[in-house]
Ligand binder design. Structure first.
Ligand code: IPM
Ligand code: MG
Length: 355
């Protein structure tokens, strides 16, 4: 089969990790007789530098017109001026909204050979296998009004936390569907003791829970959830939550896996087009050195094969290869090792070819 994949390497270490991940996809294409047609576009700071905007209409149109989009990372100190008209992150939000990718899946597993890379006690990390389902196109990130104004000589800033019932319903239904193929437990995270949007969220979650009696549903306040992620991470299966809570909790959860560099993400829409990206950022401090961990991006490619291209076998081949390489003790700098980005990818490719 032929597939069109848009690459948005972005800024910082983005091009380095995407470059290695596409090599892995090429190996899969060869082995299983697929054709992946890559089209590369600028997005983020590099797009601001070249076109004066963080996401051009063409880059968005080309992304929409492909089977899947693979993104590296965006941002960096160069574009951090708080008064700038445009920022790399704005391009990312416009892309998510434009593609309609409302569901951000962030799986967090602790690999046995990386238990020592996490600051948590090993016994806490046993059996940790979580998937966080973060709502991605609503909430505080997008709610209107969003503005600053002068009121009686004082400056006032406003962000709005807004949700429609259908936005909550579709994300929670997706969480239930995922839980059905796993340990059948959904933890819905909200702040229903304070926020109206959370009270609606909780009500909708309860209704969906009633319709799915074989799935265990629990409601947890976000502050409690953040504590439980450290004290008893193995008690979670599927976590579903609104955009900003999910942003914060997934950075916290990534610590369990030993390094942010390990973790992939998939952002899904109502159609099959998906956006795939590692959860780490552009890491300007190590950009250009060729030492970033490519595993988060390579595992994001596996998610792309699974969810957008429907190539489950190929997805598993990548995941097994990563697993084997990590088990063998291979480590990049973030994990306390010495492998370069390329060497780590080459190890993974070797396993895929041997498979
Ligand atoms: C993430 C990032 C983004 C977010 C930034 C870069 C806009 O932190 O994907 O988690 O806040 O969603
Ligand atoms: Mg984040």
């Amino acid at each position: 089969m032929n597939y069109k994949i848009t690459l948005l390497p972005g800024d910082g270490i983005g091009p380095e990790v995407v470059g290695e991940a596409t090599k892995v996809l090429d190996v899969i294409a060869n082995k299983y007789d697929h054709t992946f047609n890559f089209q590369e576009r600028l997005m983020g700071g590099c797009s601001i530098d070249k076109y004066g905007t963080s996401l051009t209409d063409e880059a968005l149109a080309d992304s929409k017109d492909s089977d899947a989009v693979l993104l590296g990372a965006v941002g960096g100190p160069k574009w951090d001026d708080p008064n700038a008209k445009d920022r790399p992150e704005r391009g990312l939000l416009a892309l998510r909204k434009g593609l309609g990718v409302f569901a951000n899946l962030r799986p967090v597993k602790v690999h046995p050979s990386l238990i020592d890379a996490s600051p948590l006690k090993p016994e806490k990390l046993k059996d940790v296998d979580i998937i966080v389902v973060r709502e991605l196109t609503g909430g505080l990130y997008f709610g209107q009004p969003k503005m600053r104004e002068m009121v009686n000589g004082n400056e006032r800033a406003v962000d709005t936390l807004e949700y429609f019932d259908y936005e909550i319903k579709r994300i929670i239904e997706l969480a239930f569907k995922l839980a059905d193929g796993r340990k059948k437990k959904v933890t819905s995270v909200d702040k229903a003791n304070i926020l109206e949007s959370s009270r609606m969220w909780r009500q909708i979650a309860s209704n969906i829970g009633t319709q799915n009696p074989d799935i265990q549903l629990e409601h947890t306040l976000v502050d409690t959830a953040s504590m439980r992620l450290i004290t008893s991470p193995a008690s979670f299966d599927v976590i579903v939550t609104e955009n900003m809570f999910g942003d914060i909790l997934t950075d916290e959860a990534s610590v369990l896996a030993g390094s942010m560099g390990m973790l992939p993400s998939a952002s899904l829409s109502e159609s099959t087009v998906g956006l795939y990206e590692p959860i780490h950022g552009s890491a300007p401090d190590i950009a250009g050195q060729g030492i970033a961990n490519p595993i988060g991006t390579i595992l994001s490619c596996a998610l792309m094969l699974r969810y957008s291209l429907k190539l489950e076998l190929e997805a598993q081949v990548i995941e097994k290869a990563v697993d084997a390489v990590v088990s063998s003790g291979a480590k990049t700098a973030d994990l306390g090792g010495k492998l370069t980005t390329r060497q780590m990818a080459d190890e993974i490719i070797k396993r895929i070819e041997e498979n």
